[in-house]
Ligand binder design. Structure first.
Ligand code: ARG
Length: 270
């Protein structure tokens, strides 16, 4: 018993030492401070380090006050309020999130991340919380009408996303086999490149596409293809069922009490 409380005290000190010094500003934070091995082992830490890529409105972005904001951030904050833990955002490139999870520098990924078989090899997913879809952004007068029309073209994507996989020849589930893929760290940069004639189309998730196109409606349009439906879920470290279960239960309660719908309305269907 004495040994056990000693161990708990040691874990607590470790957790505090590692989580105490992370920042929560709008700047990029790829440091490995934050979640600890202790946190991952104990399932639910006092402070949840939430990994994201805040370049993906309406799901995650930095708002005008320089704060992390968006549907995922708000829903995860509501989850934390239910679970009774604090939350801190760790912002990084999208393609770095799975590695950060494996290094235990984050506890959960909240990044409009699509559930894929490949990702399931390295993380566990919560129940899915949003039905999504990849769409194609093209010039307003383009005749591109489906993924099959993208063969032989130059396509812009956000690196490491399912949009990237869909147009990369040889990838599992690829819908395009002959495209030249141009990868960007931010989806919005791919859209800028499309506007500048650098690529023929951009493949990206529907809701961010709607946001990016809304400010360019005179020149760009969105093409939908039902072949590219997918589901978003939160990711936790492999085997951390305690945290996954807590998230699932909290989201279920937030759906039942109307919070989830209110957040969809506020961020997605405004
Ligand atoms: N849903 C896509 C995927 O999982 C794109 C997600 C990008 N998210 C972000 N926060 N940048 O690959």
């Amino acid at each position: 018993m004495k040994k056990l409380s000693g161990l708990i005290a040691a874990l607590l000190v470790l957790t505090l030492a590692f989580t105490g010094c992370s920042s929560n500003t709008g700047s990029e934070d790829t440091s490995s401070e934050g979640a600890t091995t202790a946190a991952a082992e104990s399932g639910i830490p006092d402070k949840l380090i939430v990994g994201t890529n805040a370049e993906f409105p309406p799901f995650e972005f930095v708002n005008d006050d320089g704060e992390y904001d968006g549907f995922d951030i708000a829903l995860m904050q509501a989850v934390c309020d239910k679970i009774g833990c604090e939350m801190e955002v760790s912002n990084m490139e999208f393609k770095s999130l799975l590695g950060a999870m494996q290094l235990n520098s984050i506890d959960v990924i909240a990044a409009a991340m699509t559930v894929t078989e490949d990702r399931k090899q390295s993380v566990d997913f919560s129940e899915s919380y949003y039905e999504a879809k990849q769409v194609i952004i093209v010039d307003k007068d383009s005749d591109i009408a489906s993924f099959s029309d993208l063969d032989g073209l130059k396509i812009g994507v956000q690196e490491g996303t399912t949009g990237d996989l869909f147009v990369t020849p040889g990838e599992d589930g690829a819908l395009v086999q002959n495209a030249e893929v141009k990868r960007f760290k931010k989806g919005v940069d791919a859209v800028m490149d499309l506007k500048n004639g650098g690529v023929d189309a951009v493949v990206i998730d529907k809701n961010p596409a709607t946001e990016f196109v809304s400010s360019n409606e005179d020149t760009l349009k969105i093409v939908e293809d039902d072949a590219a439906k997918e589901e978003y879920a939160y990711a936790v470290a492999k085997g951390n069922t305690e945290l996954a279960d807590a998230i699932n239960q909290a989201v279920e309660e937030l759906k039942a009490d109307g919070t989830y719908d209110a957040l969809v309305k506020e961020y997605i269907n405004e």
